[in-house]
Design a protein around this ligand. Structure first.
Ligand code: GRG
Length: 292
C-alpha cells in the first residue's frame, strides 16, 4: 500500500483479546439464546481487534500487565462491533458482507440485528463496570471516556454527519468523530484507568488522535485498492454509497502522502511519551501498512 512491507502486528495481544471475547455469554434464559447467538456471530467474526489491542498495548506502556485491562478492552470491541452491525443495516449502508461473512441482518434478520447491536452496547457497559478492576473512580472515568467516544460527541455524532451528507463538514472532522474518537478512547480510557492526568497524558493523546487519522485514510485507500478477500467486503463501497473519502477528495497519491504524514506525527508524539511504548509504535506501523 505504501511501498513498504506490512508491519508486524502484535498477534499475542490479539489472541488474548480473542480468547477473552470467545468466553463471553450474554443470554440468561433459553428464550434469548438466538439473540446471544447473533451477538456472538458478529463479535467473533474475526476482526483485527485494533482497538482492544491498542488498549492492551497502552497498559503495557504504563507497565501494567495487559491482561489486567481485558474487560475494558473487550467492552470497546463490543461497541465497535455494534457500530458495524448497525452501519451494515439497510437503513444505513445496506451491506451484505462484513469480515468476509454475511452481515448480521443477512444472517439473522433486520430486527434481530438491531437488537444484537443494542445488546452489545449495553452488555459492553455492564462488562466494563462489573468486571474491570481498578480504583472505582478510575473505572468510572475510563468508562465515561469510552461512552463519550461512542456518543454524539464521537462515533454516533460522526455517523450522523455522514448520513446527513452536509458537504460543508470537513472530512477530517467527520472521521475524527466517526472512527477517530473510539480509537483515541482505546488509549485514553487506559490512561484514565491508571489515574493518569495532566501533561504526561498529552503525548499519548496526540499519538492516539493522529492514529485515528492514519487508520481512516488507509481505510479509504483500501476501499479502492484492497484485495476483496483480505478486506472481507467488496471494493468500491465508498464510491457506491457516494461518500466523500480521502481518495475521492485528494486522489490516491495524495491520500498516501497524507497517511504517511499523519503516521509520522503519531510516531513523533509517541517518542515524547514516557513508558514502554514499543508495542504502540508497532501498532502505528501496522495501521499504516495494513492490507486488511
Ligand atoms: C452505526 C452507530 C453507528 C456507527 C457507525 C464506525 C462506524 C460508525 C461505522 C463503520 C463503517 C466503516 C466501515 C467505517 C470506516 C472505518 C471502520 C470503522 C472500519 C472497520 O473497522 P476495522 O478495520 O474492522 O477495525 P475490523 O473488522 O477489523 O474490526
Amino acid at each position: 500500500m505504501t511501498g513498504t512491507e506490512t508491519a508486524v502486528y502484535p498477534v499475542e495481544l490479539q489472541r488474548q483479546v480473542d480468547d477473552y471475547l470467545k468466553d463471553l455469554r450474554f443470554a440468561a434464559e433459553p428464550g434469548t439464546a438466538r439473540l446471544d447467538q447473533a451477538m456472538r456471530y458478529s463479535l467473533l467474526a474475526g476482526g483485527k481487534r485494533i482497538r482492544p489491542v491498542l488498549a492492551l498495548a497502552t497498559a503495557e506502556a504504563l507497565r501494567r500487565p495487559p491482561a489486567d485491562v481485558l474487560p475494558l478492552a473487550a467492552s470497546i470491541e463490543m461497541i465497535h462491533t455494534y457500530s458495524l452491525i448497525h452501519d451494515d443495516l439497510p437503513a444505513m449502508d445496506d451491506d451484505e458482507l462484513r469480515r468476509g461473512k454475511p452481515t448480521c441482518h443477512v444472517a439473522y434478520g433486520e430486527d434481530v440485528a438491531i437488537l444484537a447491536g443494542d445488546g452489545l452496547f449495553a452488555e459492553a457497559l455492564r462488562l466494563a463496570l462489573a468486571e474491570q478492576h481498578g480504583e472505582p473512580a478510575n473505572v468510572l472515568a475510563a468508562v465515561t471516556e469510552v461512552v463519550g467516544a461512542a456518543g454524539v460527541r464521537g462515533m454516533v455524532g460522526g455517523q450522523y454527519l455522514d448520513v446527513a451528507g452536509d458537504t460543508a463538514v470537513e472530512l477530517r472532522h467527520l472521521h475524527e468523530l466517526k472512527t477517530g474518537a473510539l480509537i483515541a478512547a482505546s488509549v485514553g480510557a487506559v490512561l484514565a484507568l491508571e489515574g493518569m492526568s495532566g501533561p504526561a497524558t498529552i503525548p499519548f493523546r496526540r499519538f492516539a488522535a493522529e492514529l485515528g487519522v492514519v487508520f481512516q485514510i488507509v481505510d479509504d485507500i483500501l476501499d479502492v485498492t484492497g484485495d476483496e478477500a483480505e478486506i472481507g467486503k467488496p471494493r468500491g463501497s465508498d464510491e457506491r454509497h457516494g461518500k466523500a473519502t480521502y481518495v475521492s477528495v485528494h486522489g490516491l497519491e495524495r491520500a498516501r502522502e497524507l497517511a504517511r504524514a499523519s503516521h509520522g506525527k503519531a510516531r513523533a508524539a509517541l517518542a515524547e511519551a514516557e513508558g514502554d511504548t514499543a508495542r504502540l509504535g508497532q501498532i502505528a506501523d501496522y495501521i499504516l501498512t495494513r492490507t486488511t
